[in-house]
Design a protein around this ligand. Structure first.
Ligand SMILES: [Zn+2]
Length: 109
């Protein structure tokens, strides 16, 4: 029974990853694109610490991150990206490189 449930969860997860991948080519800096559902709008004032030649994003969409440590594919949610770039002031050219469990493991070391 629980094995069946796990299989369902994996299936749902892979469908979700496929959907996120399908929109990953979207240019979030393009002024003519309408943010898709699930997008989180960016606040340009909070992104002004970036000194970049490329445009700043107008919105964030969920992204797939392949963990550099274990190879797991994980979704980096739009809301978490907003936090990283606008609250933690991460550089716009940086992105998540580790999955959640590897980040946890690293933190505990
Ligand atoms: Zn990992």
């Amino acid at each position: 029974m629980s094995r069946k449930k796990n299989k369902m969860e994996r299936l749902n997860q892979s469908r979700l990853l496929a959907r996120v991948k399908a929109q990953s080519g979207m240019d979030t800096t393009d002024p003519d694109i309408r943010p898709p559902s699930g997008a989180v709008l960016a606040n340009k004032d909070e992104l002004s610490h970036n000194n970049t030649y490329g445009g700043l994003p107008r919105f964030y969409i969920d992204k797939v991150v392949v963990c550099r440590n274990c190879g797991t594919e994980e979704i980096w949610a739009a809301g978490r990206q907003k936090w990283w770039y606008e609250v933690a002031k991460g550089n716009i050219n940086t992105r998540a490189v580790l999955c959640r469990s590897c980040r946890e493991a690293k933190r505990q070391k």
